[in-house]
Design a protein around this ligand. Structure first.
Ligand code: BGC
Length: 353
């Protein structure tokens, strides 16, 4: 059986009360989500001995999230990752977005979907406990055209899967690229760096970037480069190699082009943590996945239980369309038009080895 409960989590600066929702499954897996930013705050999964650990970075209180968060556990939108110079042209009209990352636009702007209060509705089915989050983004919000109605559904199943379904509709042509920004550490959120985690990606190409982390437009082979995760490889094995792409990212901060993309739910990544035996597989309907090795963490974010999140204390694997697609006609399109429905699904599946 699955269970849910809700407790108060605090109040935003503009006086909105937000809750913390707990989902639990039959195997002891527990997920906590707040409707502020749709943030996944906790995720307890068993190791090979059956001991639970919380494998996502995050904070104990809403105030910490309000003060400063590098998108810990959040829903990211309207556009995950960067849009060059915060500009794009759609149907002959140029739109200007906030430049909140140097000269570029990042993760939806100054007040993206990670910083808004969503309407939350818990639900249960025979096999899952879930939380449905809805938000209506006004026409022009953060510079994006069209009123966008968004539903993001988290569901925890008895197969130890956390499934996220994204849906959106617009009343004017716009661009959309929704993702989820958990920082994982499968040894436990407070257990040091993630360099020993072994990562495999179903990607034989990636989108190389310029020094501002904007894709050049090329789809480049990973073969014979530190970007090759075709066979499971420790994240730290090559991260300090003298490689221009690693230098630009300060480590891994790249979009990988998923092989054989056809819009169906396919395996994108597998991560194994040797000391705990925990395995996380990621399945997605998206064409890309951003692998970010937590390079900008520097201990200044003090997390749950007072854990300082030092350099590379967590990694993100963000399923997505490619960064800067609105300015790259050769990339899969992120345009959404009235009458169409944006649909995207990502599943995180936990097991042990
Ligand atoms: C980006 C990083 C960024 C991080 C958090 C990731 O998705 O790729 O460049 O620093 O999010 O802000």
């Amino acid at each position: 059986m699955t269970a849910q409960e809700v407790e108060p989590f605090g109040r935003t600066a503009d006086g909105k009360d937000v809750g913390l929702y707990t989902l639990a499954n039959a195997n002891g897996v527990v997920v906590k989500i707040t409707n502020y930013g749709g943030i996944l705050t906790h995720l307890f999964v068993p190791d090979r001995e059956g001991n639970l650990a919380d494998v996502v970075l995050g904070y104990d209180s809403l105030d910490d999230y309000l003060r400063d968060s590098p998108y810990f556990g959040a829903i990211v939108g309207r556009y995950g990752n960067r849009i060059a110079r915060g500009r794009f042209v759609l149907d002959g009209v140029e739109y200007t977005l906030a430049a909140n990352n140097g000269a570029n636009h990042l993760h939806g702007g100054l007040k993206g979907f990670d910083k808004v209060v969503w309407t939350a509705e818990p639900f249960a089915t025979d096999d899952a406990a879930g939380l449905r989050l809805t938000y209506v983004s006004a026409d022009g919000e953060e510079g994006y055209p069209g009123q966008l109605s968004v539903t993001v559904t988290y569901a925890l199943t008895n197969d130890n899967e956390l499934r996220i379904d994204y849906r959106a509709e617009t009343d004017k042509p716009t661009v959309v690229n929704l993702t989820h920004h958990s920082y994982f550490n499968l040894a436990g959120h407070d257990s040091g760096d993630i360099l020993e985690h072994e990562l495999a990606l179903a990607a034989s190409r990636f989108t190389p970037v310029d020094p501002g982390l904007i894709p050049t437009g090329e789809l480049r082979s990973t073969v014979s480069t530190p970007m090759d995760f075709g066979k499971a490889t420790a994240i730290g094995a090559r991260i300090d190699e003298a490689d221009e792409q690693l230098r630009f990212g300060g480590g891994y901060d790249h979009n990988f082009v998923l092989d054989e993309y056809d819009g169906s739910l396919r395996i994108a990544a597998q991560v194994y943590e040797p000391t705990s035996g925990r395995v996380m597989e990621i399945y997605t309907t998206e064409p890309g996945i951003q692998f970010y090795s937590g390079n900008f963490l520097d201990g200044s974010n003090v997390g749950k239980g007072g854990a300082p999140y030092d350099h590379r204390a967590g990694f993100c694997l963000e399923t997505q369309h490619f960064p800067d697609s609105p300015n790259k006609p050769q990339f899969p399109s992120t345009v959404l038009r009235p009458g169409e429905r944006f649909e995207s699904t990502t599943v995180y599946r936990f097991s042990v080895r």
